[in-house]
Design a protein around this ligand. Sequence first.
Ligand code: FAD
Length: 479
Amino acid sequence: MRRNGQTDRIVVIGGGISGLSSAFYLLRQAEAAGRKLEMTIVDPADRIGGKINTLHRDGFVIERGPDSFLARKKPIIDLAFDLGIEQQLVGTNPEAKKTYILHQGKLHAMPAGLVLGIPTELEPFMKTEMLSTRAKCRALLDLVMRPRKEESDESLGDFLSRRLGPEVMERIAEPLLAGIYAGDLRKLSLQATFPQFGMAERKHGSLIQGMRLNRGKAPAIAADADKLPPSARTAFLTFSGGLAVMVDALDRALAAVGRKLGVKAVAINPQSDGSYEVALGDGETVSADQIVITAPAFHAAELLQPHADVSALQAVRYVSVANVVMAFDKATFGQRFDGSGFVIPRSEGTSITACTWTSTKWLHTSPDDKVLLRCYVGRSGDEEIVDLPDDKLAEVVRRDIRNIMNITAEPLFTEITRLHRSMPQYPVGHLDNIAALRSQMAERLPGVWVTGAAFDGVGLPDCIRQGREAAQYLSQLWQ
Ligand code: FAD
């Protein structure tokens, strides 16, 4: 790095939440260290925010990508405070706590006490009609079964079937957990997705018992409740103007940071003085002393391939999904919801994988006399549906909601968003693979860090944490 007093040049590749948080915390670190930064964010999109994309239409707040985040995860709450937008946080409707699961064509309330799909209260679990008696008894074996000896990684699906049996895995856990990854649990790494499950087994000898004992240990909201608006004290939060509020606030905080939008980073070229040149798709180059790469793994792999073994990145497959948002007039809708929506196991054979009753779950998203629904399609092994033409896609979604909820009303409008290759799937062994890649990069490409949703957590709070870690890593090299 350059001598104290000189300007350090940093390029952030990717302007999604991981890149924006990296840039934000790099500025903070530089301020604390009394250093000047000349930073540039590069993104082929014509806007920053990446997957976060809020649409305001006819009084509705519509999320085309992520719609909320877990309040117990501190990095995002900290960022909201750092940006001064915490008073815009808003929680879910307290009257809409129930979540449903489709079973044999009918919606069943999720049994009380399920934590991430794991039963922690036995009475409601034993009463649910969604499982056979045999499956329930099989799940209870978890309480007496020996824990696995090896500590090596295994797939989430293998782990859950081993502890709770295949029926609980397929009918309860998979639809609930797959919402986060749109994945096939048998191909996802346990250690990289839900390491707390493996820890529960190792520490308490039982997944059910471990999850039960851990329940309620972490506060539901990672902030003093009285510092948040009264409506923002629920397990999931967003901002009253949508998640774009956070992107806009980052945009303002990063006003002094250069932008190269509408153009890709296509190569990283090490220079003889230890610095780098980032080549852009339009033929320009940007000089850098340090680089943070936050583009999806398949793009990061292209940039790093000339310099490192990128098999860890190539092993991260991405699933394509789409969501279909429909707005209705309450007067003609003919339904009232008492929950937040439902998820669907693969075995039900529907086109949609889940449905959020958005206007009931999030009261700020719709005018009082309107209803907003958000249906999801696409998951690992079922991605062709994402590319159906708009009219066909809307038709199959409407057929499902008619069959499941008897909704026949004509939507006022339909918004379809396709997110191709948007959901990273961490393979078994992912964390070790990434650690090996990073140690190779530290040697061959000092001052270049690669991070984002493909690495250590896909949720927004985890991406923000990873942005903060990127800033910490690079600022350590300033000494
Ligand atoms: P991205 O947002 O993908 O940003 C990466 C950026 O890199 C993009 O802007 C891209 O244009 C850019 N890029 C690509 N190639 C290059 C290149 N060569 N040069 C420069 N830039 C490049 N999480 C939650 O916490 N809550 C939710 O409710 C939730 N729902 C979700 C729903 C959907 C449909 C999806 C897809 C994800 C959801 N997630 C949710 C996950 C979360 O939204 C993402 O993991 C997160 O936004 C990813 O941020 P990121 O910055 O790592 O990546």
